[in-house]
Design a protein around this ligand. Structure first.
Ligand code: SF4
Length: 362
């Protein structure tokens, strides 16, 4: 394996497109060769996007945590009658949006629970409120699950929902709700969510309409290495056709407060080796993606820094307010000061650069 691995990494660095079998081999490495994979991914990162470490000044606004779905990995959602339900009305959303604008954010991100009373107009209304209170801010919102839900609740097609959302000010869509794009896994972890085919269809629709999206994976629960590879292959194929993904964001499963972990279906999250390899193998496999983001919210800042020398080039957002990972049991998820981002970037000889949602440097 040692010589085979070296030869493979050399080939990839000179443009060889990895096969699924090769990606699987890399995910299975357990010894010091992990560092060789990380080093190759770091070289590819440098060639593709240079040495800047980027970040976006953003703020999350979760409108409600009430949700009709019951995903096994979710520690955020509430059911009617639960303690701790919240629902932000127009005035609260506009207050948060105005505060975000005052904090000089360039992006407001909003994804919420699937509220029983929401339909397409409910989402569009929220987008208009945000734009009213924070003019000029880029709205990064919704995901294929919300689009499918809005379509169902309004008796519309998903394309019509996306059109309405775009008209209401949607700038780009979140590529969340992807989890693992393998239906046998989805049946275990999120049986009520859109299927793989539906997720792919809605993402392709969005890209076709000029709505860029991110791409994500949520790993470290009950998926196999083969499932991870299949997921990456689906993303690479979409990107070949649409070029609509702005970035890939691996999301490490936060297990503590989740039904999936308590029921013994999921393991206690990914290990450090798995976190590092997820970044590195993604960088090497996704040869048509410019940006690989590491989530400091999921990984913590120390692991995030190591990921920046293992293939990642982006640290994501400042956040200011975060409740999804916090709900699942993660700590310190609310805000990361750019000064701290700068400290970790400079510590590895790189420069921190602020960017917009669509990766224009500011
Ligand atoms: S992950 Fe999203 S859709 Fe699933 S239960 Fe949580 S809030 Fe609802």
């Amino acid at each position: 394996m040692a010589n085979h691995l070296k030869a493979l990494l050399e080939d990839i660095k000179t443009g060889h497109r990895m096969s699924k079998a090769e990606a699987l081999d890399l995910f299975r490495v357990r010894d010091r060769q992990v560092w060789e994979i990380a080093a190759a991914a770091d070289e590819v990162r440098e060639d593709r996007v240079g040495n800047a470490v980027t970040y976006v000044r953003n703020q999350n606004i979760n409108v409600t945590n009430l949700c009709v779905n019951s995903c096994g990995f979710c520690g955020f959602s509430k059911k009617p009658g639960d303690n701790g339900i919240y629902f932000h009305d127009k005035s609260e959303i506009q207050k948060k949006s105005a505060l975000a604008k005052n904090r000089n954010v360039s992006e407001i991100c909003t994804v919420s629970g699937l509220h029983p009373d929401f339909d397409t107009e409910s989402y569009c209304e929220v987008y208009r409120w945000i734009h009213e209170a924070a003019p000029g801010v880029h709205l990064h919102a919704s995901n294929p699950m919300e689009v499918a839900y809005a379509a169902k609740k309004s008796g519309l097609g998903t394309r019509e929902v996306l059109t309405a959302m775009k008209e209401a000010g949607l700038g780009s869509m979140c590529g969340t709700a992807a989890e693992i794009l393998v239906d046998t896994v989805r049946k275990k972890i999120c049986p009520q969510k859109v299927s793989t085919d539906e997720w792919v269809r809605i993402i392709r629709e969005a890209h076709g309409m000029g709505i860029p999206t991110t791409a994500t994976i949520m790993y470290g629960h009950c998926e196999s290495d083969e499932d991870r590879v299949q997921h990456l292959a689906i993303l690479r194929e979409i990107q070949d056709d649409t070029r609509g993904f702005t970035e890939f964001v691996p999301l490490s499963f936060i297990h503590m407060n989740t039904p999936l972990y308590h029921a013994g279906i999921a393991r206690a999250g990914a290990t450090g080796r798995e976190d590092l390899l997820m970044v590195s193998v993604s960088r090497l496999f996704l040869d048509n993606f410019q940006n690989i983001q590491v989530s400091w919210v999921k990984e913590g800042i120390k692991m995030a820094q190591l990921s920046l020398i293992a293939g990642a080039n982006d640290l994501g957002g400042t956040m200011f307010e975060e409740s999804i990972s916090k709900g699942a049991g993660a700590l310190n998820t609310d805000y990361l000061d750019p000064a701290e981002m700068q400290r970790v970037a400079e510590d590895i000889g790189r420069t921190l650069r602020r960017r917009t949602t669509l990766y224009e440097l500011i």
